[in-house]
Design a protein around this ligand. Sequence first.
Ligand code: DQQ
Length: 581
Amino acid sequence: MAIRAVFLVGLCCVLQSNGIEVEASENNGCQNFQPHTVMLQEKQAYRTSFHFQPPRNWLNDPNGPMWYRGVYHLFYQYNPYGALFGDFMIWAHSVSYDLINWIHLNHALCPTEPYDINSCWSGSATILHGKGPIILYTGIDANHCQVQNMAMPKNLSDPFLEEWIKFAQNPIMTPPDGVEGNNFRDPTTAWLSHDGKWSVIIGSWSNNQGMAILYQSEDFFNWTKYQDPLYSTERTGMWECPDFYPVAVNSTYGVDTSVLNAGVKHVMKASFNSHDYYMIGTYVPEMQKYIPDNDFTGTSMDLRYDHGKFYASKTFFDSVKNRRILWGWVNESDSIEDDMDKGWSGLQSIPRHIWLDRSGKQLVQWPIEEINKLHGEKVSFLHKKIDSEAIFEVQGITAAQADVEVVFELPELQEAEFLNLTAVDPQLLCSDANASIKGKLGPFGLLTLATKDLTEQTAIFFRIFKGLKGHVVLMCSDQSRSALRDEVDKTTYGTFIDIDPQRENISLRCLIDHSIIESFGGEGRACITNRIYPKLAIHEEAHLFIFNNGTLSVTISSLNAWSMNKAQMNHKENFIYKASH
Ligand code: DQQ
């Protein structure tokens, strides 16, 4: 009783336009950090030009992305105190009309109450038909225990939904029996079943199993744990930031999170061991079970959104363009000292349109079409043969800030080397044979963020092999020569791509933005994201090359490359929105 009395001090009652009465603190705790207008002044080599970044400080997971009444919202984990992760994490908030140019708003959720006093961690937004959006988020409470909380917009008629108020009955979920207080977090977007009940999953680890704990509610306010998890497995670690959504079969269109019919499959994604893994399968609401087509195996066979740096991602259904969009956090891999010197850490990926591949076996990702609005000067050519050991520069664009699409034709496929696929880890294959090691059909691809003399270079490349059941396409990113600096991560990443090169050419698209390269191979069937910190290949000193280090020739059937313009990102006080919307 005493706790409740203290808790209510300073609360006001708000009857929202959505008819929900909530008690809320007058002080959302974010005032000390408002507004976040101070920009870093220096022209920094590693600061990006068209990726989402706040003006300074640490950023991690995307939270609660949504489109609501003409405006896209992105919340994200943010440390208002500095460039490293902290023990006072908040929900920062930005809005956009096109997912490319952003307006930074005042922060949405900060630690204020016993149920979130030690941080407001990740969560999601759900739009309740006719009632507006509601945020579910994890609070780190006064006992450092993870609990689930709810927040609503203070004023639904504010187009930016800038102010958020917390539900007085928080927390709405506390760790159930058998779940420790540090293993219960990251609520998903909720979905509505035919019986009128809301469902949501929470990431967890219990009894040596990673899992999606299921909660249900009839009114969205009172939640009851379902007896069994929606899915659990011994083959993963603790599930962070789960995501659960339907994808249409045989269509690139997205569907709302609550859609369930014969025309959809369901994706279950979980973040663990530094990567985002997913399964495709069937959701059976009568049994509250998720039945994957292929269970997680705990091996490199498991499906991943991205084979480089990409974590804690989240999707949302964009009802304006009928598509599902994926955002992921791309962390630094520079030294901590350098992160502190530059005054910021972390990026959001370019939002990716995501859909189920025609094969039904995997997802496909592609940068949202709006990114093309930033295209500047263009160079292109067709049908250019690249002989063995040939290398040439793509000139006429800003190579440190570019969008490059290239398609390779392989005239001598029958000559490819043999590869016995049994138990081969593609990442190991890429690091054992980096871009400098000659092969037959490959390595060929792009040398990005390279110095003129190639002492610094990051190769994004392919090798083609003959396997027992047809050709095998390997895609790699080789960071071993990415920077004349010892303290940065130089991991080589790699994956196989499900392509039959006898039937289709091999395409590669790279979005290069100073210290990040997002690469999409095989028209988006494989993605690798890199963070790169060159010492010399920065700004105008960065170059782009095409290379072939195989003994067989390959042909570029087409190349299109653009300089990229800078996206607008500023606090709303300073924002001049130029694009039409
Ligand atoms: N980041 C959040 C957690 C989440 C983790 C804290 C994943 O809620 O599990 O910033 O990166």
